[in-house]
Write a protein that binds this ligand. Structure first.
Ligand code: GDP
Length: 312
């Protein structure tokens, strides 16, 4: 636990030091707030979240009656933690057999790595996982996912050069038949501007929906609309890409309807402020954060700890 915080802190130090220097002066004045505004914008916090944070911070400073600039840093941690709090939600599994999770993202965001990490995380909690290699576009994708499957000793459903929607359908059917807790559907990386590829994602979603409602283990007498898979549609974003990541969140959400995010590469970014921008502009749950390249480098998101790490 302490080691991931250390990684996060080391990574976010690039963001944090530029913000922290703002508080080294002797008084709380307009210059301090102006420097803070620049530092937050530099960290890709975005205009809206920056304005919100400054307003909230000024209120906290006034209420506290402090005249010490270093105390302002502590109050900024509070402002940031409050802004980020709605993003902190656990990924729920176990309600359906299986819980179907579609995973999307642009190339290089860390999607395949995150699926491997997520598989390990779920397995460590005792869940049985089935992987669907619905990235039939990239020749190496299936093999790459296969490596993760082997490492985690879980089954993988794939199809040579097949239709991604068909692979997803087969995987959900197999997941049902085999009584798996979770089916993770990998999809090919794509940009939200590649409209035909976004249509393909919509088709995968539609075809998964056609597998029909899954038994709601918490409510077996009536089928709720939520029981129709996919139960989660996640977007993996590279935390290092800052405002670009925010645009991806908005575009994928508008086109596909997202239920949550995985934010990767927070172990080496100067753009950690992007989470504040997401909180302000598209507050989707951040189920997990990636803090390294290894299987164990996946953590649940904690708003307070993140705010502290960012400004430590
Ligand atoms: P995909 O194209 O979205 O499937 O991306 P990959 O999973 O292949 O990852 C792209 C690169 O990012 C690889 O070199 C990964 O090791 C690296 N990567 C993924 N997640 C993280 C992370 O949280 N931290 C770091 N430092 N690297 C990561």
């Amino acid at each position: 636990r302490s080691s991931w915080m250390a990684k996060l802190k080391t990574g976010l130090r690039k963001t944090g030091t530029s913000i922290a220097t703002v508080f080294t002066g002797t008084q709380i004045d307009d210059a301090l707030y102006e420097d803070l505004e620049s530092a937050l914008l530099m960290a890709d916090t975005g205009v809206k979240a920056t304005e919100h944070l400054l307003e909230d911070l000024k209120r906290r400073v006034k209420d506290s009656k402090t005249t010490d600039p270093t105390a302002v840093k502590g109050l900024l941690v509070q402002s940031l933690a409050a802004l980020l709090a709605p993003l902190q939600k656990p990924l729920r599994i176990g309600q359906y057999t299986p819980t179907v999770i579609m995973v999307t993202g642009v190339n290089g965001a860390g999607k395949t790595t995150s699926i491997g990490k997520l598989t390990r995380h779920l397995a460590s909690e005792g869940a049985t996982v089935l992987l669907a290699a619905a990235d039939t576009f990239r020749a190496a994708a299936k093999e790459q996912l296969g490596v993760w499957a082997d490492r985690n000793t879980v089954d993988i459903i794939s199809q040579e050069g097949g239709d991604p929607a068909a692979v997803a359908f087969d995987a959900v059917s197999a997941g049902k038949a085999r009584g798996r807790d979770v089916v993770l559907v990998d999809t090919a990386g794509r940009l939200p501007t590649q409209l035909h590829l976004m249509e393909e994602l919509k088709k995968i979603k539609r075809v998964i929906q056609k597998t029909g409602p899954l038994q709601d283990l918490g409510n077996t007498t009536s089928q709720s609309a939520n029981s129709v898979p996919p139960h989660e549609i996640l977007l993996v974003i590279d935390g290092n890409t800052g405002q670009n990541a925010l645009s991806q969140v908005k575009a994928f959400d508008d086109i596909l309807g997202l239920t949550g995010l995985i934010v990767t590469k927070l172990d080496g970014t100067a753009k950690g402020g992007v989470l504040a921008a997401i909180a302000r502009e598209r507050p989707l749950p951040v189920y997990f954060i990636g803090v390294g390249e290894k299987l164990e480098d996946l953590e649940t998101f904690n708003a307070q700890e993140f705010a502290q790490a960012l400004l430590s």
